[in-house]
Design a protein around this ligand. Structure first.
Ligand code: DX5
Ligand code: ZN
Length: 218
């Protein structure tokens, strides 16, 4: 269903070739490019920061979708906005002041997303929906690619879509998206699917056609 956008996660790309990987996935039909920023504190893994985002920006024609798995967040928002992020997503669980964080993201000129871990409920959403352009529902515990999809999240997506009503807010899903799980979250109301291992498997910068086949299969 092509009203569903695919945002491949470069966490599964070749770390020595990010620029070329971004060009390859866009040429193969990626709608957005998902950038997973991890701090070794909020999540048990380390990736990259704003300098890497700025470096890949010229290699992305479309949306640079930056997922911050860091705590604290606020001190880094300006840097990620200046790096050319179109959407900056912060975790509800990353600190006591998500409302302030979302204000700061919009204040820095980017679209704002709020992300929910699998163990987080929807109780706070009524107070945040007018602050966001996207809600990211994690379908794995954040930190690593290639984990198994957590099925209990599908009902969360359905209830979130109901709460959103006619507001122009994307629901993004991240973790364990495959041709088998994508239809479940799409039917529940998600419209942007992140996929790392399922997009990059079998391909490379010198053999990018599998990326396109994988994207179309989702
Ligand atoms: C996990 C990251 C995801 C990850 C998804 O913390 O936020 O974006 O790259 O990888 P797959 O699609 O392999 O589950
Ligand atoms: Zn992510």
């Amino acid at each position: 269903d092509r009203s569903i956008k695919i945002s491949p996660s470069i966490l599964s790309a070749d770390f020595a070739n990010f620029g070329a990987e971004c060009r390859a996935i866009e040429a193969q039909g990626a709608d957005w490019v998902h950038v997973d920023v991890m701090d070794g504190h909020f999540v048990p893994n380390l990736t990259f920061g704003p300098a890497m985002c700025a470096a890949i920006r010229p290699h992305i024609k479309g949306v640079m979708d930056v997922h911050l798995m860091i705590s604290p967040v606020d001190a880094y928002i300006e840097a990620f906005a200046k790096a050319g992020s179109d959407i900056i997503t912060a975790h509800l669980e990353a600190g006591p002041h998500i409302h302030r964080t979302l204000q700061a993201i919009r204040g820095a000129g980017a679209k704002a997303g709020v992300s929910l871990n699998p163990g987080t409920g929807l109780e706070d959403m009524p107070y945040l929906l007018d602050m966001v352009d996207m809600v990211l529902v994690m379908t794995v515990n954040p930190g690593f690619g290639g984990q198994k999809f957590i099925h209990s999240q599908v009902d969360k997506v359905r209830r979130l879509r109901e709460m959103i009503g006619d507001r122009p807010i994307h629901i993004q899903i991240d973790g364990g998206i495959t041709p088998e799980t994508a239809p479940l979250v799409a039917a529940a109301g998600a419209d942007v699917l992140v996929a790392g291992s399922a997009v990059f498997k079998g391909g490379s910068v010198s053999n990018p056609a599998p990326y396109g086949e994988n994207i179309r299969a989702i």
